[in-house]
Design a protein around this ligand. Structure first.
Ligand code: SER
Ligand code: ZN
Length: 501
């Protein structure tokens, strides 16, 4: 790795008078501060010159003590040196030209571009070329992140087009489906639900609502309560700084529903909007935009980020471990584009999300217990045709990465079910109706969560009510007579619907 930086310090006065002092300073720094035994750990002032109140400098370095970090350190030392003896201050740093050369793991397949710099790649070599860089830019660590971003973009070129990671863990016996119709279509005909009022949303009438609530009760009574999970209630409006920490902000900015606050609730400021609305009976959108703030939050995408936020900076007592909680009130919103279908792929959905924080051992043990409870529900109560597979961890998918899986301890298990209306059991695509993850210390670190003694890990599991329901109905039909006994203990008959003429 090679860093090659050309820039200058602006000084408060002409320093050409004491060139000799500066020369001595440079020699000294080169010998005593920048030079190390290992070239990768060294930096060097290759060249310098003083012109009036500008001190031009050319620094090269290896991987560990990067030229821009050397520059910042030299600035401090120079301030001391010139200040004490000559009463000259160092005002500003300007980098005119900065070239960073580094090795790629694999060669880039296509040209790479990133903000703030030009990138050139040749074989397994990349060069980032920056011009006109400020001190602030250096101090904020942008450079290091730009190098990482180039490496990540090259990596991603290899993932594109590759299938997702998927490895079967377990599958149920084949079950004979009751029918092979698309449940949403059938329920639509029967007026159990209604699409809308906007894209990917549904209005659920009493019959299907009763089924959702039965599913919810099953999840709570058969899985969560027996394992000691307790309910919490969170906000479903998620400020950006939370998503910045979880990685969602860079992973799926195109999938959020954004929330804009009013710029003011002062009626006077809204008067024109009100008057225009009264006269035109249309919404004056331009006028509306004037009265809105830029979004700074979005609607819940997954429930866990806000739960982690609630533990931010806290030290959890050993006696509260593992922390086992769940939220069932925050609705999730995801902007789907082409993929919407029935109630299984929607923009707004209802989930219960248990999350768990504890030691590695506690969480591995909990995973076994959760799997056992889930199996009990899907086998004994819902009698599903389903399977489990290791998949790319959800936080990687949600950070825009694909073909990876963590170690054996960490990662995501997807639960998938056969959807008879989609075609043959072997060839058709099964529906993911739930997931379960252990995520190591990723979010523990991101939110600086601690325990008295133990090292903490965390994880979560997404229980989608729409998904549980559609999978069940796709296999068992919508007539309660055909439903398995286990489920009928929770919902034996449907409430009367509303009759329309
Ligand atoms: N956070 C996980 C997900 O988004 C589980 O809810 O799928
Ligand atoms: Zn989660």
């Amino acid at each position: 790795m090679r860093f090659d930086l050309k820039g200058y310090f602006s000084l408060s006065d002409d320093a050409s008078k004491f060139k000799d002092d500066i020369k001595e300073f440079v020699t000294n720094i080169n010998e005593k501060v920048l030079k190390k035994d290992d070239a990768e750990k060294s930096a060097c002032i290759d060249d310098f010159r003083v012109e009036k109140n500008k001190f031009y400098i050319h620094i090269t370095s290896g991987r560990y003590y990067r030229a821009h970090n050397a520059l910042l350190q030299i600035k401090n030392m120079l301030s001391k040196k010139l200040g004490k003896k000559h009463h000259v201050g160092v005002r500003d740093i300007k980098i005119e030209d900065y070239k960073i050369e580094f090795e790629l793991e694999k060669k880039a397949l296509d040209p790479i571009s990133i903000p703030f710099a030009k990138v050139e790649t040749k074989a397994k070599q990349a060069v980032i070329i920056l011009q006109d860089v400020s001190e602030e830019f250096l101090r904020k660590n942008y450079i290091d992140r730009m190098i990482t971003l180039v490496q990540e973009k090259v990596q991603n070129q290899y993932y594109e087009g590759k299938g997702e990671f998927w490895k079967l863990i377990w599958e149920s016996k084949e079950k004979k489906p009751v029918w092979s119709k698309d449940p949403t279509e059938e329920m639509n005909k029967l007026e159990w639900l209604k699409q809308g009022p906007t894209k990917g949303k549904w209005f659920y009438r009493p019959q299907i609502t009763a089924i959702f609530r039965a599913m919810e009760e099953i999840a709570i009574n058969e899985v969560l309560k027996p394992l000691g999970f307790k309910e919490i209630i969170e906000s479903h409006m998620v400020p950006f700084d939370i998503w910045l920490k979880t990685g969602h902000m860079e992973g799926m900015p195109g999938e959020f529903y954004y929330i804009a606050e009013p710029a003011s609730r002062d009626v006077e400021k809204w008067q024109k909007f009100i008057d225009l609305t009264k006269i035109t009976k249309e919404i004056p959108l331009d006028e509306l935009m004037k009265n809105l703030s830029i979004p700074s939050a979005g609607i819940c995408y997954a429930q866990c980020p806000v739960i982690y936020w609630s533990f931010k900076g806290k030290t959890i007592s050993e006696k509260s471990l593992p922390v086992l909680i769940y939220d069932k009130t925050a609705n999730s919103a995801r902007y789907e584009s082409g993929g919407r279908h029935g109630i299984e792929r929607v923009d707004e959905f209802h989930r219960i999300e248990p999350i768990y924080i504890g030691t590695r051992e506690q969480l591995l043990d909990l995973r076994e217990k959760l799997l056992e409870r889930y199996k009990h529900v899907f086998n004994n109560l819902l009698d599903l045709d389903w399977r489990m597979a290791w998949v790319t961890p959800w936080y990687m998918q949600q950070a825009g990465k694909t073909d990876e899986k963590e170690s054996k301890d960490c990662g995501t298990i997807d639960f998938e079910a056969y959807m008879p209306y989609r075609g043959s059991r072997k060839k058709s695509e099964w529906l993911e109706f739930q997931n379960l993850s252990i995520l190591g210390d990723k979010y523990i670190k991101a939110f600086n969560i601690k325990a008295q003694k133990s090292n903490l890990w965390s994880g979560c599991s997404g229980i989608g009510l729409e998904r549980w329901t559609i999978v069940f109905l796709a296999q068992k039909g919508i007539d309660p007579k055909n439903w398995p006994k286990g489920f009928r203990k929770y919902l034996n008959e449907l409430p009367d619907g509303i009759e329309f003429m």
